[in-house]
Design a protein around this ligand. Structure first.
Ligand code: NAP
Length: 245
């Protein structure tokens, strides 16, 4: 049984570890290659894009892949769409793993917005202050026209495009603690948090810290799953779908 995992998430690594430990399973994890020093999953690894749907389709056929698991980040919409098309073209079964999104708790002051453009518009309309921005380096250009606010920006890799003019940059990839996030917000005088609904526990402490400090959150909704796709929420559910439950 040859399984290809489209990865780049903690869940993808956990799944790779589970599958690599099972006799008769050959697991390969695919990473996009965006991070210079990625956490590496168990099993085989390939790095870099496939070359669109055609490339992924050819890879599935050439490598005699028996099952494809899309365990990419909830905001990685392009590769998820490609996975559906390549699975359709080859007949390789596809399982889509998506960790659940975050839900507001009592005391939260969230404004949900549909995309990063709407997030930048909402952020720009806030009173002057310091905005803690954790939406990722590739979305920073959307905030580059905002000269009104100070931005505390945290990314995994350094930005390589336009950034907000008044920016303090932190590099990091979690996990983060409540004390750490609360301390950071206090130190920088953060007045609002702008983030996207990634879900998961590794980066959720900022939400509790914002709640405790009475700080509003602009929350970018996830892009929709490809049409007709139903995702499963856990590694255990993927194993079950693959017949290893
Ligand atoms: P994306 O916009 O959906 O994909 C853009 C292109 O990157 C794809 O067309 C594909 O290139 C390549 N690609 C993406 N994921 C790949 C993978 N796992 N293996 C091989 N090629 C891949 O993806 P993205 O948002 O840039 O995310 C890239 C990777 O980072 C994903 O694997 C995701 O799990 C991880 N990640 C993303 C975020 C986020 O916020 N977007 C956060 C944390 C981790 P080709 O068309 O050439 O095949």
């Amino acid at each position: 049984m040859r399984v290809l995992i489209l990865g780049g998430t903690g869940e993808a690594r956990a799944l790779a570890a589970e599958l690599a430990a099972r006799p008769g399973v050959e697991v390969t994890s695919s990473l996009a290659g965006r991070v210079r020093d990625p956490a590496l999953p168990a099993g085989e690894i390939r790095i870099g894009g496939f070359g669109g749907v055609a490339g992924l389709t050819a890879y599935l056929a050439e490598q005699s892949v028996d099952a494809l698991v899309d365990a990419t980040h909830p905001f990685a919409a392009t590769i998820s769409a490609h996975a559906v098309s390549a699975a359709d073209a080859t007949g390789v079964p596809l399982v889509v793993l998506r960790r659940p999104g975050w839900s507001a708790a009592p005391g939260d002051r969230w404004t949900r917005v549909p995309d990063i453009v709407a997030a930048a518009a909402s952020a720009g309309a806030l009173p002057a202050g310091c905005l803690f921005l954790t939406t990722g380096r590739r979305d920073l250009a959307e905030f580059a026209a905002d000269g009104t606010h100070d931005y505390l920006v945290r990314t995994v890799e350094p930005p390589d495009g336009a950034t907000p003019p008044r920016m303090t940059l932190l590099l990091g990839r979690g996990p983060y603690t409540l004390d750490g996030e609360a301390g950071l917000m206090g130190e920088h005088g953060v007045t609002a948090l702008v983030t996207k609904d990634s879900g998961g526990e590794l980066t959720s402490a900022k939400l509790a810290a914002a709640r405790d400090r009475g700080i509003g959150v602009i929350m970018v909704d996830r892009p929709p799953l490809p049409a007709g796709v139903t995702a499963v929420p856990t590694v255990a559910a993927v194993l079950d779908r693959l017949g290893y439950g």
